[in-house]
Design a protein. Structure first.
Length: 144
């Protein structure tokens, strides 16, 4: 029994080690193209996928950048990464704030669909409806 427990702990440790390698984020190689890591190997892949679901890996936001375009409108660029092996579908809404921090009422502040493929980067873009916008807040929710 102790041997089986040690083997399982070893397999989990090996899978975790393979899950945490960070390739250059500018280059994305799909599972069928890149070299097998322990998390992508045909033998260990089911364990890695099950472990990913078990610990609840999901999306993370890696960068949010604002800039003014030529028309004077604020643009928001949000970059993220889906750490899960499954495609994550969600909705997001960007609300724009004026210089007092008050919400700018707009017909463009609606829930929009988005999805992020498993183990892949994703990006979102939003443009403020008026030049009065100086900041934003973004909310997400489950796809329903």
């Amino acid at each position: 029994m102790k041997t089986i427990t040690n083997i399982l702990l070893f397999v989990v440790a090996v899978v975790l080690a393979g899950c945490f390698e960070k390739p250059d984020s500018r280059i994305h190689l799909r599972e069928q193209i890149r070299s097998d890591s322990l998390a992508d190997n045909i033998v260990t892949r089911p364990v890695a996928h099950a472990f990913s679901a078990l610990i609840g890996e999901s999306i993370e936001i890696t960068q949010a950048v604002m800039r003014r375009n030529d028309a004077g409108l604020l643009e928001l660029y949000v970059n993220g990464y889906n750490r899960s092996y499954q495609t994550k579908r969600f909705r997001y809404r960007v609300e724009w704030l004026d210089d007092s921090g008050l919400l700018i009422q707009s017909k463009t502040s609606v829930w929009l669909p988005a999805s992020a493929m498993g183990k892949s980067p994703f990006s979102l873009k939003a443009v403020a409806p008026t030049p009065k916008a100086v900041n934003f807040r973004m909310d997400t929710r489950k796809w329903e």
